[in-house]
Design a protein around this ligand. Structure first.
Ligand code: HEC
Length: 152
């Protein structure tokens, strides 16, 4: 019953609602997604922290790529059966996600909105970039605190 309910919730948010991939494939895609998110964030974070020189073009480009990533439909990366209880050692996604899909979506929306705001200002100088990056970083942490386990 629980599985059925959760599948319904996910189906409502996914483009197709049909998941042909194995749980391992889902976890791999999910982790690859966040690896890309992190890659773009590292470029911007380096500038925000003064580790590399601010470059308006590069900052705009990375923020744009982050926006593209944040715009993906990620419901299929959270297909049921792919939590760290289902496939231990392959993922850090806590099973809490599937008990609180709404909570996950809220955190995802906060991330999306912060990235949208970042896009507005990333090319406008370091002083504009820094607070916007702080806000995006806060949304990463908020989701990880609730839904990502520390260890595999
Ligand atoms: C809506 C929730 C959410 C948001 C927002 C989020 N993350 Fe994550 N992140 C996760 C979850 C869940 C995992 C665990 C994925 C897994 O192990 O299957 C994860 C994993 C990761 C990983 C590890 C990937 C790997 O190789 O296992 C990195 C790095 C990461 N996130 C960075 C970020 C950064 C940087 C941001 C913000 C710019 C961010 N995340 C925003 C939920 C989120």
């Amino acid at each position: 019953m629980r599985k059925l309910l959760l599948s319904t919730v996910i189906a409502a948010t996914a483009a197709t609602g049909a998941f042909a991939q194995s749980a391992s494939d889902v976890a791999k895609a999910r982790r690859a997604f966040y690896t890309l998110v992190n890659f773009e964030m590292s470029t911007l974070g380096g500038m925000a922290q003064g580790k590399v020189d601010y470059d308006a073009d590069l900052a705009s480009q990375s923020a744009g790529d982050l926006m593209t990533l944040a715009s993906l439909h990620t419901a299929d990366y959270f297909a049921p059966g792919s939590s760290n209880e289902d496939i231990p050692g392959e993922t850090r996604a806590k099973s809490d996600i599937w008990d609180d899909m709404e909570g996950l979506q809220e955190k995802g929306m906060a991330f999306y909105q912060a990235v949208a705001e970042l896009n507005e200002v990333a090319g406008n100088g370091l002083e504009a970039l820094q607070p916007a990056m702080g806000k995006v970083g806060g949304t990463c942490k908020a989701c990880h605190d609730d839904f990502r386990a520390k260890d595999f």
